[in-house]
Write a protein that binds this ligand. Sequence first.
Ligand SMILES: Cc1cc2nc3c(=O)[nH]c(=O)nc-3n(C[C@H](O)[C@H](O)[C@H](O)COP(=O)(O)OP(=O)(O)OC[C@H]3O[C@@H](n4cnc5c(N)ncnc54)[C@H](O)[C@@H]3O)c2cc1C
Length: 338
Amino acid sequence: MAHSLTQLNTLQLTASCEQLITVTSIHQLEQILPVAKALVLGGGSNIFFAQHYSGTVLHNQIFGYELTHDSEFHYLSVAGGENWHQVVMNCCEMGIGGLENLALIPGSVGAAPIQNIGAYGVELANICVGVDAYSLSSGQKCYFTASQCQFAYRDSMLKRSRDFFISRVYFKLAKNWQPQLSYGELQAWRQQLAGLPSPLDVARQVIKIRQAKLPDHYTIPNAGSFFKNPVLTPSQANKLLTKFPGCPHYPAGENIKIAAGWLIDQLGLKGFSIGGAAVHSKQALVLVNQTQATPEQLIALAAYVRDQVNDKFEIRLEPEVNFIANDGYCTLEQVTNV
Ligand SMILES: Cc1cc2nc3c(=O)[nH]c(=O)nc-3n(C[C@H](O)[C@H](O)[C@H](O)COP(=O)(O)OP(=O)(O)OC[C@H]3O[C@@H](n4cnc5c(N)ncnc54)[C@H](O)[C@@H]3O)c2cc1C
């Protein structure tokens, strides 16, 4: 029997799966696992159901958290089903800093380590010390330290493996908190302030910036940045920047991260649509379900954007969203041929 997932993905694509289990406790999870063909779902804000999924969806609704301290740190342990933004705001309201730059990112705590969520100069990797996880295929319980998670830009070992249900995430937050305001729009705001902002001040400013440029997925369904920002070697970046000196770019270790939204914007694609699917009119990196788009229309739009960017800049954009077809995870190339 098919179960609807239409209300469980922020792109609001008409979607379904063979079996849907709402997981509300560790005890229940331990009874269910292993599951031969399973997909973990949190808030559905980074997922693209291209077809009916023929496996079991485990909807993570395990809640609860604990906070302890020593003289130097706050230690926060949060169950994976908790809402990420709510946790950020609860911490900020208690005066605990470290998470504030990541305010208003939709989704669950358990999904946050998967792509090492990041925004405004901070990544989950900066504050996460480890995760509790269960192997979907064996049911075995594991603890992974942050270094075992191998966090990287929108990536982790957990994402690559696709085999874990993250049940709990552990954070270590310094008591001698310093705001991280290096990001352009935050830096400009900081310069107008008389004193040091609190974590709550920073969170409120991040929310303000995000609301001004990102569509609210409740009113305009979307999955945030559809593509990752491409990371180029210094010589590749040099070549691009010689030709297009205005292209925003940021250091990424030894490499250079390029603003994908700028590349798309240069092609004049803001507002461009295929059927009900459109490039958002304010933020070119966000593809939206404007008017009852089908998965096929959004896929056609994503492929068009990717190909146009490739033709002009010789850069192949990689999707940030996770595509799910009948058998499970797949690539944009695979769904284009579905
Ligand atoms: C408007 C908007 C803005 C966004 N802004 C940002 C941003 O600034 N930075 C950023 O990094 N992301 C951003 N995102 C993307 C998204 O919010 C994050 O990736 C978020 O972590 C996804 O959480 P989720 O619970 O909705 O995950 P889902 O969409 O439910 O799942 C995403 C992936 O994680 C897996 N997963 C989910 N929960 C678990 C779990 N407990 N255990 C194991 N695997 C799991 C799923 O199987 C899937 O592969 C944005 C999205 C939207 C819609």
